[in-house]
Write a protein of this length. Structure first.
Length: 306
């Protein structure tokens, strides 16, 4: 247990540093975008390639992914039923809400937790791929029906650097192919920057969101409340119950399944909402609130199950 809490303490410390440098004016709130893009497009893909290419294939195909699929399906079903049948939300608003209640931040926060808390960055790779290859294209098809949408959805995975890097790493793991040391060393060097840069951006984003103009919920109080409850409480609870009683998992596998489900709503859900001009307030509020809640919730999970 002490090891898990110590790992979380290290992650939180770097994130707090990001917040502090924002408060101190060393970095501007707008610099969060630069750090996030650096982590997303350069450092984290390098880290995922190195990690997955050297991973045990048994880990990549572990039942942890199944628990996440079950948890995602359950919370999305609950949100869709309530939003459509009770609140009469339209198709696109309902889709954004369903994503906000289930789509986890597997990149910027999931990778650090997978490495520092669970000891293996490959554990989060199947969840990352499932979201990018399955959930996102299907969501885009629902948000924007038509031939253009279908083409965009089918091409989406190959446009995402995390997906490409993970798939290339998986190909290396399956075939046993290894890049020369002179090629791997700069990739490893870049990958080493992924976690601190992502955590600094995470802390800086909390400072930026605190300074941002407050948006009125505009009648979305119930929607936001439901999304936060599903994402922060129900999804990890379902993952735990599925892993513990349906699949019989324990130890690190049970901890991994529960922790990954407790990750906050991914920031790209807000990007999707802006792109489709629907559910923007809901997406932004979900990202902010679940992000703030995620650290104490995941720390508690780590202390209990670690």
């Amino acid at each position: 247990m002490s090891g898990v809490v110590a790992a979380f303490a290290a992650l939180v410390s770097v994130a707090v540093l990001g917040y502090v440098v924002g408060v101190g004016g060393l970095l501007r709130a707008s610099d969060e975008l630069v750090l996030s893009r650096l982590a997303f497009f350069v450092a984290t893909p390098a880290l995922m390639f190195v990690t997955v290419s050297r991973a045990d294939l048994g880990i990549l195909l572990s039942p942890v992914l199944l628990t996440e699929v079950v948890a995602v399906a359950c919370v999305q079903l609950v949100y869709v039923l309530v939003a459509k049948l009770l609140w009469r939300r339209d198709r696109r608003e309902t889709t954004i809400g369903a994503l906000a209640s289930s789509y986890v931040n597997a990149g910027n926060l999931g990778v650090p937790i997978s490495i520092y808390v669970l000891g293996d960055g490959a554990l989060v790779a199947p969840i990352l791929l499932f979201q990018l290859i399955v959930i996102t294209p299907i969501s885009f098809l629902i948000l924007d029906k038509g031939a253009r949408s279908i083409r965009s959805a089918l091409l989406l995975p190959v446009r995402n650097p995390l997906t490409v890097a993970s798939l290339l790493g998986l190909a290396c793991a399956l075939t046993g192919f290894s890049l020369p040391v002179t090629v791997m060393r700069p990739i490893e060097l870049l990958g080493g920057a992924a976690i601190p840069v992502a955590l600094l951006a995470y802390g800086l984003s909390l400072y930026g969101s605190q300074r941002a103009p407050t948006e009125k919920s505009g009648g979305l109080g119930w929607d936001i409340g439901l999304v936060v409850a599903l994402k922060s409480v129900v999804q990890p609870a379902i993952a735990y119950l599925t892993a513990r009683f349906a699949l019989g998992l324990d130890g690190s596998a049970l901890l991994a399944a529960t922790l990954f489900a407790a990750l906050p709503t991914a920031q790209n859900i807000y990007v999707y909402a802006v792109n489709y001009d629907t559910g923007r307030r809901l997406a932004r509020s979900a990202v902010l609130i679940t992000t703030v809640l995620s650290i104490p919730i995941m720390t508690a999970i780590g202390a209990v199950l670690g």
